[in-house]
Write a protein that binds this ligand. Structure first.
Ligand code: KIV
Ligand code: NA
Length: 279
């Protein structure tokens, strides 16, 4: 397959072909997403929780994001790669945001960046896109602002709320975003926003009227222990955690019973050499 570029994304959008986006946080998860044919692989700051065990995304540092971006980028041979600007790396001024974005390209080796926010982030998005760095917008529920939202709340559930999400969408489009993530918004609202835009919407918890979808890889592959909270919009397509647990338990049992390693897992030594050694 050919390397996915912004031209690929644009022509898919024109043809109405859904755009598939998945997160990855290291070389193996980037590799499998790439082989599976994801057009965009996103190094989301959700890796704070799913890869680093942090409480929320506010804790992850720019340098930590860069390390993960580098490992995913080495794996994503075909997909277009995007890295999430973490909280604190872009809000102060457009110049700060551009500096962070440049580090993502030069050190993280990704091809574009994502940042959260609507109208208020338009000058920042403009600054970055003008420098030639593709920006993926992110509106609706923006998890980096969970404290201000009073938790993870569906956005656009009132007519004013829906209008606010639409205005944010139009603002990030005008600022130069190549696409925009729309998170946790009623299906009808996201569908109408998609109709009004001339760039792709990438939905998460926003229904099937968007131009594409994005999910967090560990969520959709079921690579988490039972009992973890998973949002309503996640579909669990696999049970990777249970598979890993089964494998590790079998290794434990076979090691305890000495049935592992078996003959086929060992290295031979010529008989004469062994006899000499044993003497
Ligand atoms: O951090 C992340 O994984 C994201 C996607 C869910 C859009 O921002
Ligand atoms: Na994110």
């Amino acid at each position: 397959r050919k390397k996915v570029t912004l031209n690929t994304i644009r022509s898919m959008y024109k043809k109405g072909e859904p755009i598939t986006v998945l997160t990855a946080h290291d070389f193996p998860s980037g590799h499998v997403a790439d082989v599976a044919g994801m057009e965009i692989v996103l190094v989301g700051d959700s890796l704070a929780m799913v890869a680093l065990g942090m409480e929320d995304t506010s804790e992850v540092l720019l340098e930590e994001m860069l390390l993960h971006c580098r490992s995913v980028s080495r794996a994503a041979k075909t997909a277009f790669t995007v890295g999430d600007l973490p909280m604190g790396s872009y809000e102060i001024a457009p110049e700060q945001a551009l500096e962070s974005a440049i580090r993502f390209i030069k050190e993280g080796r990704v091809q574009g960046i994502k940042l959260e926010g609507g109208i208020e982030m338009a000058p920042t998005i403009k600054k970055i896109t003008t420098a030639g760095i593709p920006v993926l917008g992110h509106i609706g529920l923006t998890p980096q602002r969970q404290n201000a939202f009073g938790g993870f709340r569906v956005q656009g559930k009132t007519s004013e709320g829906a209008m606010k999400v639409l205005e944010d969408a139009l603002a990030v489009q005008a600022a130069g975003c190549f696409a925009v993530v729309v998170e946790a918004v009623p299906q009808e609202v996201a569908a109408l926003i998609t109709k009004k835009l001339s760039i792709p919407t990438i939905g998460i918890g926003a229904g099937n009227g968007c131009s594409g979808q994005v999910l967090v890889q560990v969520d959709m592959t079921g690579n988490f222990p039972p009992g973890r909270f998973i949002p309503k919009f996640v579909k669990k397509y696999g049970d990777v955690w249970s598979e890993s647990l089964k494998a590790i338990e079998a290794y434990r049992d076979e090691t305890k019973s000495r049935s592992y390693p078996a003959k086929e897992h060992t290295y031979p030594i010529p008989k004469e050499e062994l006899e000499k050694f044993q003497r």
